[in-house]
Ligand binder design. Structure first.
Ligand code: PGA
Length: 257
């Protein structure tokens, strides 16, 4: 983390878990555990159908609500889809784009990720852009090249003045939901490489101000070490974001020092 230059953001990604009826009790419990996050910004990215309940439940706390996906088109005949404007209109602040599960199971590509980033920015949302390598790619030693390409593709055409709204989440696919975390050094190496890509594209000032999260089995035990790394500015957290005690402990870790 480097609080002097950029925001620390702890974001939960509930994925296809929880029910709308569970949101209020969850929020109440979290509020009692963690009355206020001092430094870090807290976000819950939730399924579309839970957004109104989450906005209501977290209304009086400093927790922002995000979506887990969006459609890249502004509007029209796209049955079953949800646009960026629909999310913004509800009061959603963040949206996860290009999560590896969407790339893997729903055919999302670097090109569609880029379109979604533009759609989100257009509507005033803050994209949390996910990048990450598979185990095979790591073993082939092409991680940094691959991540560089993913970041460049995601940001293609994004003007410098919109970069303050972009969050990048480095999520090694082999660490997601597996209990295998990248070591703090491995995670920092890639987050640092991402910052270098941003520096080359946008210059030192913007690179220094960009929040880069780590995600992949981050939990209450390893969060402190990961967040102590200079280029890791927060976490995108799946499993541990479903348990108030665990998520609250991660917020505590981000509030340290
Ligand atoms: P995990 O998920 O924390 O359960 O590994 C992270 C993510 O997929 O965003």
């Amino acid at each position: 983390m480097n609080r002097k230059y950029r925001k620390t953001i702890i974001a939960g990604n509930w994925k296809m878990n929880m029910l709308a009826s569970q949101v209020k009790p969850f929020a109440e419990e979290l509020k009692t555990l963690n009355p206020r996050a001092k430094w870090c910004e807290t976000v819950f990215c939730v399924p579309y159908v839970m957004i109104p309940a989450a906005l209501k439940a977290f209304k009086d706390s400093r927790v922002a609500i995000g979506a887990e996906n969006l459609n890249e088109n502004p509007k029209g005949a796209f049955t079953g889809e949800v646009s960026a404007a629909m999310l913004a209109d509800l009061g959603v602040k963040y949206v996860i784009i290009g999560h590896s599960e969407r790339r893997q199971y729903y055919g999302e590509t670097d090109i569609s990720v880029n379109k979604k980033v533009h759609a989100a920015l257009e509507a005033g949302l803050n994209p949390i852009v996910c990048v990450g390598e598979s185990l095979e790619q790591r073993e082939m030693d092409i991680t940094l090249e691959l991540i560089t390409l993913q970041v460049k593709a995601a940001l293609a055409g994004v003007p410098a003045e919109k970069m303050r709204r972009i969050v990048i989440a480095y999520e090694p696919i082999w660490a997601i939901g597996t209990g295998k975390t990248a070591t703090a050094e491995q995670a920092n190496e890639v987050c640092c490489a991402i910052r270098t890509v941003i520096r080359k594209l946008y210059g030192a000032r913007i690179a220094r101000a960009t929040t880069i999260q780590y995600g992949g089995s981050m939990n209450e035990k390893n969060a402190r070490e990961l967040l102590a790394q200079p280029d890791i500015d927060g976490g995108l957290i799946g499993g541990a974001s479903l348990v108030p005690e665990k998520f609250s402990a991660i917020i505590d870790a981000a509030n340290q020092e």
